[in-house]
Design a protein around this ligand. Structure first.
Ligand SMILES: [Zn+2]
Length: 441
C-alpha cells in the first residue's frame, strides 16, 4: 500500500510535463502494424545462388522475435510443413515470427544433407568449429559457407529471443544451453522428450547460445518421414506457445505529471533519506510489490497525480509507484522506471514499485488474471534490470532487504503491512517457474 491511512484523492495537479514511457515494454503501440503481414526477405544466397528467404509474421516493430528454421540438412525436410503452417499464424502481441523455410536450398534441391560444396552447414558455425570429414564435413574453415554467413548476419541483426532449428529423425527436443524452461515448454506441447545429444562441433545452436547468452536456440528432431497433419498442427501450436511464453506484457501508459518541481522535490528527498543527489532511478536492484487498499485504479491515479505532501509522513514529493496492476490484469504505468518514486521507505533509491489493486494479500494472490499480469511484469523487469528473485520483495519485507537504508532515524523501522513474507514466498516460487528472466527481458 502507498499510504498508512485511507485518503480521498483530490486531483489538483498542475501538468508540467509527463514522465517518459518505457518504450521497451510498450508493445502494440500501433495495433495495425502488429497484424500478420507477409514480408519476404532475401537474407543471403546459397553456393549455387539460390535465395535464402525469411518471412516475417507479425509486426515489424515487435520487440520479441522468434526464428524458426524449417530445414538445414537437405534430406531432413519435415519441419518445412510446420513453417508453412506458421505463415498463417497470428503471433502473440509484442512478438513476431521469422520463418526461414530452408537454410540450405541447394541441399534441398539435391536431396542431400550437405550444401553444394559438400559441407554440413550445422558443423560450419564458428563456435567450437574443428575440421571434420565425411558426414560431418565441416568445410575448410569456420563459417566458410555463404549459407552459414547468411544465417549469422540474420541472427546478429534480428537478435531472436528464441530460435528453433528443425532436424530429423531422432524424435527429441535437444537439451542445450539457453533457457531450459523454454525447451520444456516445447517438449511438453509437442510430446517429444527432451534429451541430451553429443556436443557436436560448429553447430548453429551452440554458436547462438554462446554468442547471445540471453537468447535461446535449440534443435527439435522430428520423427522420420513427412509429418502428418496433426503433427504439423501440434508443432505449430508449440511454436506459438513458445512465443507466448516470451511475449512482453502489455503496458497501458497513464503518466502522472512529473515536472521539474516534482523532480526537484524527489531529489531533495533522496538527499535527506539516502544522501543521493539525484531524482533518477539508476540501476534498480529491488522490486517491491504492494497492494493499494482500493477497489479500482482511478483513486490510485488520483492519489499519485498531485504533488502534495503525503498524510502519513508529511513530505514531498507526492507518493507514487511505477506500475499498478488492476484486478482484470491491466497493467498501468504512471511513472517511468528511470525516475524514483516514493513507495517504500528505505528503498526508494533503488526499488521499482508495483501496486496491485486490492485490499489484502490473499485477494491479490487469489486473483488469477491479476497474478498472471503481475508475474509477467515482474519477470520482465527482472530480466531487463538483472534483478534477483530474492530481491523481489513485499512491502512488509522492506526492513530485511540488504538494500534497505535510511538516514532519518525515526524512519529506520518504518514499513507497511502489505505483501508479507508468507505471501511473497508463494509469489517468488511462482516467479521461478516462469521462463528465465533473460528470456523475458
Ligand atoms: Zn505498500
Amino acid at each position: 500500500m502507498f499510504l498508512a491511512l485511507a485518503v480521498v484523492g483530490i486531483a489538483t495537479a498542475a501538468a508540467t510535463g509527463g514522465a517518459p514511457g518505457d518504450a521497451e515494454l510498450l508493445d502494440g503501440r500501433t495495433p495495425s502494424a502488429d497484424r500478420p503481414r507477409d514480408a519476404w526477405t532475401v537474407i543471403g544466397r546459397s553456393v549455387k545462388g539460390r535465395p535464402i528467404l525469411a518471412l516475417r509474421v507479425g509486426g515489424a516493430r515487435a520487440p520479441v522475435k522468434v526464428v524458426v528454421v524449417g530445414s538445414v540438412h537437405g534430406n531432413e525436410p519435415a519441419g518445412k510443413a510446420v513453417v508453412a503452417r506458421l505463415r498463417r499464424a497470428r503471433p502473440p502481441r509484442g512478438t513476431a515470427l521469422w520463418l526461414v523455410e530452408d537454410a540450405n536450398p541447394d541441399g534441398a534441391a539435391a536431396g542431400t544433407r550437405h550444401n553444394a560444396n559438400g559441407v554440413d552447414l550445422n558443423r560450419n558455425f564458428p563456435y567450437r568449429w574443428r575440421p571434420q570429414d565425411g558426414v560431418y564435413e565441416s568445410g575448410p574453415g569456420p563459417a566458410s559457407e555463404p549459407e552459414t554467413q547468411a544465417i549469422q548476419r540474420f541472427v546478429e541483426q534480428e537478435r531472436p529471443r528464441v530460435t528453433l532449428w528443425y532436424h530429423q529423425a531422432l524424435h527429441v527436443v535437444v537439451r542445450s544451453a539457453g533457457d531450459a524452461k523454454l525447451q520444456r515448454v516445447y517438449s511438453h506441447l509437442s510430446g517429444l522428450p527432451r534429451r541430451t545429444l553429443p556436443a557436436y562441433h560448429g553447430t548453429a545452436t551452440s554458436w547462438q547460445n554462446h554468442d547471445f547468452p540471453d537468447d535461446t536456440a535449440f534443435v527439435v528432431e522430428l520423427p522420420g518421414g513427412p509429418l502428418p497433419a496433426a503433427g504439423v498442427r501440434r508443432h505449430a501450436r508449440a511454436v506459438l506457445q513458445l512465443a507466448r511464453s516470451v511475449a512482453p506484457p502489455r503496458i497501458v501508459q497513464r503518466p502522472i505529471p512529473f515536472g521539474d518541481e516534482r523532480k526537484t522535490d524527489m531529489r531533495a528527498y533522496a538527499g535527506r533519506h539516502y544522501g543521493i543527489d539525484d531524482y533518477r532511478l539508476r540501476d534498480p536492484k529491488v522490486i517491491v510489490e504492494h497492494y493499494t487498499v482500493t477497489d479500482s485504479f482511478p483513486p490510485v491515479y488520483d492519489t499519485f497525480a498531485p504533488n502534495r505532501p503525503d498524510p502519513e509522513l508529511h513530505e514531498l514529493p507526492g507518493i507514487c509507484s511505477h506500475y499498478v496492476v488492476d484486478r482484470d490484469g491491466t497493467i498501468y504505468q504512471p511513472v517511468s522506471t528511470k525516475i524514483m518514486c516514493r513507495h517504500t521507505v528505505g528503498l526508494n533509491y533503488t526499488a521499482i514499485g508495483i501496486e496491485h489493486v486490492g485490499r489484502s494479500d490473499g485477494q491479490v494472490l487469489g486473483n488469477a488474471r491479476q497474478m498472471a499480469a503481475s508475474l509477467r511484469l515482474t519477470r520482465t523487469l527482472q530480466g531487463r534490470y538483472g534483478i534477483r528473485t530474492r530481491n523481489v520483495i513485499g512491502h512488509n519485507e522492506s526492513l530485511s532487504s540488504p538494500f534497505h537504508r535510511e538516514r532519518v532515524p525515526s524512519l529506520r523501522t518504518q514499513t507497511h503491512g502489505d505483501m508479507r513474507r508468507s505471501t511473497m514466498n508463494r509469489y517468488r516460487a511462482r516467479l521461478e517457474r516462469m521462463p528465465a528472466p533473460a528470456s523475458l527481458r
